[in-house]
Design a protein around this ligand. Structure first.
Ligand code: AMP
Length: 435
């Protein structure tokens, strides 16, 4: 029978790591940790299918910290690649906690700030490098990052990396680091493009999966409201947020503009309780907003999918999909923010006519039903403007056409009547009169 790993002591890790684990408050290993830690310690390549919130970061950090063991030499021995700054920072915070009783050195590299400090840090000697692909290559080209000592490589959130178009950079990095190394790939989902990159660099990997593909955390209750238009969404949002159970809420929107407008509205209705993050905001303002949210100084965080990558905040009570994500896998990422590490959470979606179809598709991926809740009686569904109605109908047509290329479309763009300039119109009128 396979050995059971019910406590961290069972892995044979050293005392420094076990003490740090205890300080972090981890009592028992999560399922991904139970499965991944022994495989990584044994030196195998690994594919781990696990979403954020399952404890995947510690699942690879602990065995790597055990193997890299103590500070040695000038050049890094372990490289962890993450798709974005927030995730990189979160990994590095996790590493700082787990390595606190060791002398291991690590650096977190990402773009958006000048490279000077990062170069200086690297010059002091490094054991672990956590980086986004772009910044890694930038520092490599400047000669600041020497890769010859790398023996361990982790690709975290590989599906996000592929979605964000990082495949060429990953391939370039793989060419620049020593061939003899242990490779680990973690991903929330396992679409073909992740399979391809895995085939390219992992050798006889062990594949472990903690939840079936694209299944949201089981501890998350999911439901949706039919909201015919934007103003109904806003009214419903305001109504729901009056309930104190909504104690730590992430609100996802489709675009930066909707994020900003939603934030402005919330800031008026709930002054000082909300912040917004999106790609147009400075790195500092994003980190401040996330920290304020984490510490409970603010209750509401409005964000887009891209900006939410890697946000690690505990005890999120509700995820609200103000807009249903058009990239359906994002739904799983979004709702993975709540119900983390075996706590319960609620994910609520607001859906207009087109978004109901997207929700159906999401149900097909996750294999889980998202139940409808009737709008609270206080919410009077406002009328839909012509512009918004057209936009929704166009989207419905687009979805149907994607599914069935022969679909003609219920909504046809009206043929534009030729617009004449005045002089021309006058001439036409004259002509008509002459007739
Ligand atoms: P991750 O999936 O790595 O983003 O981890 C999600 C959250 O779970 C983080 O806040 C971790 O600190 C926490 N965590 C990781 N491992 C454990 C564990 N064994 N017990 C309790 N919490 C954990």
């Amino acid at each position: 029978m396979a050995k059971e790993y019910t406590s961290f002591e069972d892995f044979g890790l050293n005392r420094q790591l076990l003490n740090a684990v205890a300080d972090m408050g981890y009592a028992t290993p999560t399922p991904i940790q139970q499965k991944a830690i022994p495989v990584i310690l044994a030196g195998h390549d690994l594919i781990g299918i696990a979403q954020t919130g399952t404890g995947k970061t510690a699942a690879y950090l602990l065995p790597l910290l055990y193997k890299v063991k103590y500070a040695r030499g000038q050049y890094p021995r372990a490289l962890i690649l993450a798709p974005g700054k927030e995730l990189a920072i979160q990994i590095s915070e996790n590493l700082r906690g787990l390595a606190k009783y060791t002398d291991l050195r690590h650096v977190c590299l990402y773009g958006g700030i000048g490279p000077k400090t990062q170069i200086e840090e690297l010059e002091q000697g490094m054991d672990f490098v956590i980086s986004t692909p772009g910044r890694f290559l930038d520092l490599y080209r400047r000669g600041a990052l020497i890769t010859k000592a790398l023996r361990y490589m982790v690709l975290d959130e590989a599906d996000k990396m592929m979605d964000m178009g990082f495949a060429p950079q990953i391939r370039e990095i793989l060419e620049k680091i020593p061939r003899k190394r242990q490779n680990l790939l973690f991903s929330a989902t396992f679409p073909p493009k992740v399979q391809h990159i895995a085939d390219e660099f992992l050798e006889f990997p062990h594949k472990i999966e903690v939840t079936p593909q694209s299944t949201p955390a089981e501890t998350v209750e999911q439901y949706f409201y039919k909201t015919p238009n934007l103003s109904t969404k806003i009214n419903l949002l305001e109504h729901l947020l009056q309930d104190e159970d909504f104690s730590k809420v992430i609100i996802f929107t489709r675009t930066r503009e909707i994020a900003n407008n939603t934030f402005k509205y919330l800031d008026r209705k709930f002054p000082g309780e909300a912040r917004v993050i999106h790609a147009n905001k400075s790195q500092n303002s994003r980190i401040n907003a996330i920290n304020a949210f984490r510490s409970g100084d603010i209750r509401l965080l409005v964000t887009t999918d891209v900006s939410a990558r890697g946000i690690d905040v505990e005890n999120i009570s509700h995820v609200i999909n103000f807009d249903v994500p058009r990239i359906h896998e994002e739904y799983v990422h979004r709702i993975g923010r709540t119900g983390r590490a075996e706590k319960t959470g609620v994910a609520i979606s607001f859906a207009n006519g087109a978004e109901e179809i997207h929700l159906n598709e999401i149900e097909k991926i996750t294999g889980e039903k998202i139940a409808e809740r009737p709008l609270p009686p206080e919410i009077v569904a406002a009328g839909t403007s012509k512009e918004e109605r057209i936009e929704i109908e166009r989207e419905i047509d687009k979805i149907k056409r994607e599914k069935d290329p022969g679909f003609k479309g219920a909504f046809h763009e009206k043929k534009k009547r030729p617009v004449f300039h005045r002089p021309q119109q006058k001439k036409i009128r004259k002509k008509r009169r002459r007739r």
